[in-house]
Design a protein around this ligand. Structure first.
Ligand SMILES: Nc1ncnc2c1ncn2[C@@H]1O[C@H](COP(=O)(O)OP(=O)(O)OP(=O)(O)O)[C@@H](O)[C@H]1O
Length: 300
């Protein structure tokens, strides 16, 4: 795979007895926004740090454009680390210009990029402020600017949305969508699953260092057959192959096994009383996530 694809191929990493990554394989393709989700400690940061080359894997490979990631290639990655490494006593502009120069930009290009990205991210009026004097959300915008300044070929962002207000979330989402539309693969981790559902082309769910689901948001949400049934009457959905998922008043979400005819379920409901609602239901990513991370039998 020699195009602009980031590939994790059987990546493993241990910290002493802790298996942080266990044969992790997935790819992030040109122009796609890939959401990396998992519980605390699942291995997201470890995987991203290995992609950047700041941490070595114990086994497997991480490839960019079909080859192991060199120092030169890593310089072309826009990275937002989980521990935000900004110098609080430097001004926003000095800090960003310094980081842009580290990525190889000339002084003039660095200054132009600083002006462009601080304006776009809504912190143009804070360029001469010390970073430490900014609110946490605005420091986050500075960190995102740092990841974008050098026009990276690949974006790897560790929880870029945490702590942002709704306007900043919109700005950040817009920038990621724009970079992806320009062909850049975008990998980001997040615990905000509503946002991941809205923004991502594909999602990978990691549990204990293993990928337990990886697909488009639509495909993931369509893996379970579920229906919503609302019956005005005493109704117990005791049909073989039908499980009660949740109840809200008289409204129930039912999971149907593959061999269950939904019309049989409807007939059983009608026998119990008037049916005011009967329709397919697609679980949200949050609901799916809860199920996948607690399902011991889940396999990649
Ligand atoms: N430097 C380290 N030394 C020892 N164990 C570590 C180290 N870094 C991470 N771990 C362990 O590796 C596992 C994966 O951690 P990681 O930070 O990659 O998870 P994460 O998915 O990013 O979690 P979060 O959502 O909380 O940020 C955890 O069990 C963690 O305790």
């Amino acid at each position: 795979m020699a195009d602009n694809t980031l590939e994790f191929d059987g990546t493993t990493k241990r910290y002493g007895d802790v298996v942080a990554l266990d044969d992790l394989s997935f790819d992030v393709r040109p122009g796609e926004i890939f959401g990396f989700v998992g519980s605390n400690g699942a291995g997201k940061t470890t995987a991203m740090r290995i992609a950047l080359g700041v941490l070595a894997a114990d086994g497997g490979a991480v490839r960019w454009r079909g080859a192991p990631i060199t120092l030169e290639a890593a310089r072309r990655i826009g990275y937002m680390p989980e521990e935000r490494g900004l110098y609080p006593k430097m001004t926003v502009a000095d800090q960003l210009e310094y980081l842009a120069r580290l990525h190889g930009l000339s002084r003039a290009d660095a200054r132009a990029a600083v002006t462009e990205w601080t304006d776009r991210l809504g912190i143009g009026d804070r360029r001469t402020s010390e970073v430490g004097a900014l609110s946490l959300g605005n420091q986050q915008r500075v960190q995102l600017a740092a990841a974008l300044l050098h026009g990276p070929d690949l974006l790897v962002l560790d929880e870029p949305f945490s702590g942002l207000d709704p306007v900043a979330v919109d700005v950040m989402s817009g920038v990621l969508a724009e970079r992806a539309a320009a062909g850049v693969p975008v990998l980001f981790s997040s615990h905000q699953l509503d946002l991941v559902q809205r923004l991502c082309d594909r999602v990978g769910i990691i549990r204990s260092g293993r990928l337990v689901a990886c697909d488009t948001v639509d495909a993931l949400r369509s893996t379970k057959r579920q229906v919503i049934v609302d019956v005005r009457g005493a109704w117990n959905p005791a049909v073989p192959g039908v499980d009660l998922v949740s109840t809200d008043g008289t409204r129930q979400v039912l999971a149907l096994a593959d061999d269950v005819d939904d019309q049989d379920v409807l007939r059983a409901a009608l026998a119990a009383g008037p049916v005011t609602e009967f329709r397919p239901y697609r679980p949200t990513l949050t609901e799916l996530f809860r199920e996948v991370v607690t399902d011991e039998g889940a396999q990649p």
